[in-house]
Design a protein around this ligand. Sequence first.
Ligand code: ATP
Length: 363
Amino acid sequence: MAGVQINQLHKKFGNLSVLSGVDLDIADGEFVSFLGPSGCGKTTLLRSIAGLEDINAGAVILGDREITQLAPAKRDIAMVFQNYALYPHMNVYKNLSFGLSLNGVPRAEIDERVQNAARILQISELLKRRPKQLSGGQRQRVAIGRAIVRDPKLFLLDEPLSNLDAGLRVTMRVELANLHKRLGVTMIYVTHDQVEAMTLSNRVVVLDKGKVAQFGTPLELFYAPQNLFVAGFIGSPKMNFLSVDATLEGARSVRLGGEELDGTIDVALNVPISELQNSGHTLGIRPDNVELVAEHEAHVHGQVVLVERLGTESQVHLNLDNGQSFTIITRGTHPVSFGERVHLKFPAQHCHIFNAAGEALPR
Ligand code: ATP
């Protein structure tokens, strides 16, 4: 077992800079996900750790050993791919044992490791079958089994569940979590599925265009996003954003989403008005945290354009008076209906304020 440290990793494909100065410190035994939109560099970062990409600069350290220059096979890392990469002409036993035979592991030890991995993954009954005689979930288990038999210091998993149907994904997600608990080994998991990342991981690396936007626990990312990118990326439905412009001279006027507010807004936003002085700030508030209030108590006003009733809650889409779209969530039987005029208040403890550079102001 070992932690992983990545220092100033840079990777280019031709002129295209795909990873620009990635620094990460992953603790021994942690389950960490790389999360981000398509093309942000998740797979490239994973492959760089595995040694499958030639990096342009930087260092990768596994445990107390620098492995930057080591060949993939020498790194003590096992990788599980999205497409399973099983050998079609070999049965499950062979698929599991092949790598060990190549490395000259004695036959009795191979058998013990294969049987043990098969037991953990509950595929002992399938050892004689070929991959094409297996379901998607079973194939995925074999692919993971092939990593387990190697007893690596680090597991790398590249969207391992993406070829499975929705129900099986949930089952395999739980199995992966149990596997991690049982093995206690460091795992890095690439996904663009927020729910997977948030439910499985001790910590999540959010990547934005080849840079670490934030590295934190799922709750930190949700409740304390460090920048506009993470705030907008984590959470569904998405956080709402409104521009905040404050002029301190004389009237202490604040404009929120273009609407004029009175001086009490500094209390309401949980940020001293002096910090909002330079224009270009943004207020972020999650749909869940907006309160419907009487007109005189409200910060902004709008009209209901769509109500999606989901059972215990409804997603209500609004058109604010400034023309901006906005989403709120209401619970219970609160009657909000199409065309209705509504008045919104933003409780201070739920307001996120970002400066013109998109960085969260300290709260
Ligand atoms: P996805 O979620 O779509 O898999 P990702 O975050 O894993 O995306 P990468 O696969 O790491 O993204 O790709 C990052 C960028 O590098 C993309 O713009 C991609 O087109 C580019 N890229 C990846 N591999 C190569 C390659 N071998 N040659 C040239 N460009 C590449």
